[in-house]
Design a protein around this ligand. Structure first.
Ligand SMILES: [Zn+2]
Length: 237
């Protein structure tokens, strides 16, 4: 009883500020949303960010400036949901561009098209571990050859949660885990949408040539599922 009291008085007199600061630091979280194109990753990310904003938290969205350079832009999903965002060439420049004071007030950071940011790992470490903020990352886990895409998989060991979303196979309607490039284009980086890429199930991925042939027949059919505008502009490496 006596020792309890003395330890309580110790922390309350001198350690109040330290405790408050350390509890803030411990509040950092990393959440990762992955999946193929047209799986609704941006929608899920926006839902999370809007929910945090509605709860009174200071939020910001960041996406790659691969095709909209250095401008403040919007993230747009296929259902028309919009959110203002920062389009940046890399994540390390964010703090400086956003402003130190504004950065310190931030609670939650959303990162879309995360596969394009090579400095994703360090950014997540700094934001969550050092600065005590929540970061929600959405991006492609794999490219059209199902190889690891960018640094997205590197941050999974840092994550509190990992959510793998699925799309609908464009050919059979089953759950789609992969993104197939319909054309024979082999450029390293090809920015395109539903005209070039489609979500497919394992069976139809494995039978890629068959799929490419079938897609030519399906092209133009109103049943083709067109994904979000944002993801339609996402390039696969
Ligand atoms: Zn299928």
């Amino acid at each position: 009883m006596e020792s309890c009291r003395s330890s309580f008085s110790l922390t309350s007199s001198n350690g109040a500020a330290v405790r408050a600061e350390s509890s803030h630091r411990l509040a950092g979280e990393v959440h990762v949303i992955i999946g193929p194109m047209f799986a609704g990753k941006t929608t899920a990310l926006l839902r999370r960010i809007k929910s945090e904003s509605n709860s009174g938290r200071n939020v910001v969205m960041i996406k790659s400036s691969k095709d909209t350079r250095y401008a403040i832009d919007s993230v747009v999903t296929h259902d028309g949901a919009k959110f203002p965002c920062w389009a940046l060439p890399d994540l390390s420049c964010f703090r400086k561009k956003f402003g130190e004071d504004a950065y310190n007030e931030l609670d939650v950071i959303g990162v879309d098209e995360a596969q394009f940011f090579d400095d994703l790992y360090d950014f997540c470490c700094n934001v969550a571990d050092k600065d005590g903020k929540i970061i929600v990352v959405a991006g492609l886990d794999g490219d059209y050859l199902r190889r690891s895409f960018g640094s997205v998989l590197d941050v999974i060991p840092l994550a509190d949660t990992v959510t793998k979303l699925t799309a609908r196979c464009e050919l059979c309607g089953k759950r789609a885990f992969f993104t197939l490039r319909k054309t024979e284009e082999t450029r390293t980086e090809l920015i395109a949408g539903a005209d070039v890429y489609m979500p497919v199930c394992r069976h139809h991925y494995a039978n890629g040539q068959e799929v490419i042939q079938s897609s030519k027949n399906v092209m133009g059919s109103p049943t083709i599922r067109i994904g979000s505008n944002l993801e339609a502009r996402t390039s696969l490496n």
